[in-house]
Design a protein. Sequence first.
Length: 260
Amino acid sequence: MSDAIAKLATGLLSGAVKVVDLTAPLGPETPVLYLPPQFGKNTPQVKVHTISAYDQDGPFWAWNWLELGEHTGTHFDAPCHWITGKDHPGNTTDTIPPQNFVAPVNVIDRSKEADADPDYLLTVDSIKAWEAEHGEIGAGSWVLMRTDWYKRNGATDTFLNADENGPHSPGPTVEAIEYLLSKGIIGWGQETIGTDAGSAGGMNPPFPAHNLMHKANKYGLASLSNLDQLPAKGAILIAAPLKLVKGTGSPVRALALIGG
C-alpha cells in the first residue's frame, strides 16, 4: 500500500498524474435553482460581503463573509437532502465516512445526444451499450453523465433553459437510476444544475436521481464542469463536502486524478 501511495506522489510531481478541476466558479453570478412557488422556498443567490480589505477595518488583511445555500454551484447532495433519505444513519455532511469522498469514476458521454435534444434522458439500454464498450460499472464507484451542459453555466437563462413548460435539461430515467443502484454505485452526478433532468418532476417517482439515490443512502453531484477532459474509465474522483453540522449538502471543489 505504501508503494501505491509513493507511486501516486511521484506521478503527481512528475505530471504523469494530472489533476482535473471539475468545479464551476462560485460567486454572485453563479446560477441557482428556481423552484415553482408550489414547491416551496428557493435558495438565494450567492452574496459576498467584505469584512476588511487592507483598510481601517483590518489594515493588514482581507477577508469576506458569505451568504449561500448548501446546494449552490458545484455541490454534493447528502442522503438527508431528500425525504427518502432522512432516516439513514450517517446521512449528513458531517457524518458521512470520509473514505466515501474518494472513489473511481465512470463517465458516460452523451454530449451529442444532449446537444441534439436538451430533454435527453439516459436509459438502461444506453448504459448497457456504454458498458459493452468500456466495461462493467463497478460497485463503490461514481457514475457521471457528460453532456457538455457546463458550457451553458455562464448565465442562468442558458443553464436552466426554462420556458413556459418548465426547464429543459438532460438527466436519467427512473429505470436508469434503478439499474445503477443495482450495480452498487456510490453516487450519480451530472453537469446540470441538479442531479435530475428538467422533466423529472413529472416522472414516477418524481426526481428519481434524488428520490431513489438518497433512499439508498447514496450521494449526488451537480453543476460539474470539464467532464470532457475525463476518460470513460480509469479516473479517481475526489468530492469532499464541507463538514457542516447536520449539512444536507455543500459546495465542493470536485477534482479528478487521471493518467497523463
